[in-house]
Design a protein around this ligand. Structure first.
Ligand code: TYM
Length: 341
């Protein structure tokens, strides 16, 4: 059976990149798959978070999921820390993954920077917890942005090593060839890597110091309009063919955003706007972005007005996630050789 899992960190400033690279695709997959969407609060604390802010952000990501169209009744929406299996399986995976594998993670290198001695041990083990998130539900497909690709390769490596390290025990316990699936990443569409509006060589990120670099899901129409109008561009008119975007990262980014927001391709956007001035295209992009994001921001705000309703969704989701997770933990304990008395 095909099962989708994905997660979003509650670290503030959910933006257009999170929406186009991930959440919008989560919504689409609901029609064809059983989906589990997780607010990964255990991942968030790999970097210190203010406790009151963390709580607010957990509820805000939940509100964003629902405002974007995820149905928490047909699928599962919950926050990671409420299902203890994530932390338990992560420990087992910490003992399966090799130091060398984690040393190669580019996201760790970027986040740790030069101060490697002073980042948390959790930040180093982050990808192992991510593998646990996915494999706890034996998910087969994981929709993410381009930046998570290496983490998903590691997830496959961990699954494979677990399956071989414990091969005979997996068979003895009646699970056949391998226990964990080799998960497929779903990284597709025109906006798998949305770039900063101020710098076409940097990805749009929650933590960029400049709020002008990103469109937040909670931005109002005026903020969206001014950010798009002021977005960095080059002086050339838009090309008519996609090849013409190659050495033009800012133009490429805006065309990709337009294509993703309107569910079409970059080429289709260029067929319509190619040869014209940037200002004309930007005006169309403002209208499109306001039309698509305005209602989401409004709905998030409405949902955030009733915290107990959000918490009830998270509780219900966690209760249902736990049923699947607890079974995996029992199986893993049997496979690894822990006594369950
Ligand atoms: P996070 O919280 O940084 O981002 C959430 C999702 O948004 C995508 N994304 C982007 N996509 C396109 N352009 C961008 N500029 C952009 N920025 C972010 C991310 O790729 C991601 O899909 N490690 C994950 C969270 C996680 C997870 C998991 C994901 C924890 N466990 C299990 C999948 C499966 C993260 O930090 O995402």
């Amino acid at each position: 059976a095909e099962r989708v899992f994905s997660g979003v960190q509650p670290t503030g400033n959910l933006h257009l990149g999170n929406y186009l690279g991930a959440i919008k695709r989560f919504v689409a997959l609901q029609e064809s798959h059983e989906c589990i969407y997780c607010v990964v609060d255990l991942h968030a604390i790999t970097v210190w978070q203010d406790p009151a802010e963390l709580k607010r952000h957990i509820r805000e990501v939940t509100a964003a999921f629902i405002a974007c169209g995820i149905d928490p009744k047909r699928h599962i929406v919950f926050n990671q820390s409420q299902v203890s299996g994530h932390a338990e399986l992560a420990w087992v995976f910490n003992c399966v993954a090799r130091m060398g594998w984690l040393n190669r993670m580019t996201q760790f290198k970027e986040k740790a920077g030069k101060d490697r001695e002073n980042v948390s041990l959790g930040l180093f083990a982050y990808p192992s917890l991510m593998a646990a998130d996915i494999l706890l539900y034996r998910a087969t497909h994981v929709p993410v942005g381009e930046d998570q690709k290496q983490h998903l390769e590691l997830t496959r490596d961990i699954a494979q090593k677990f399956n071989t390290d414990f091969g005979p025990s997996i068979a003895e316990n009646g699970f056949g060839e391998g226990y964990f699936p080799l998960t497929e990443p779903l990284i597709a569409g025109p906006a798998t890597r949305v770039m900063s509006l101020r710098d076409g060589s940097k990805k749009m990120s929650k933590s960029d110091a400049s709020d002008m670099s990103r469109i937040n899901l909670t931005d109002d129409a005026d903020a969206i309009a001014s950010k798009v109008r002021k977005a960095k561009t080059d002086p050339e008119p838009l090309p008519s063919e996609e090849e013409g975007l190659k050495a033009r990262p800012e133009a490429d980014n805006l065309v990709g955003i337009y294509a993703a927001l309107s569910d079409t391709t970059k080429q289709a956007v260029l067929t319509e706007y190619g040869g014209g001035q940037f200002s004309t295209f930007k005006m169309a992009l403002v209208d499109l972005a306001v039309a698509k994001l305005g209602p989401i921001g409004g709905e998030m705000q409405r949902l955030m007005g009733d915290v107990s309703a959000i918490d009830a969704i998270l509780k219900d989701g966690a209760d249902r996630a736990r049923v699947i997770a607890d079974q995996t933990i029992r199986d893993v304990k049997d496979i690894v050789g822990m006594v369950r008395a």
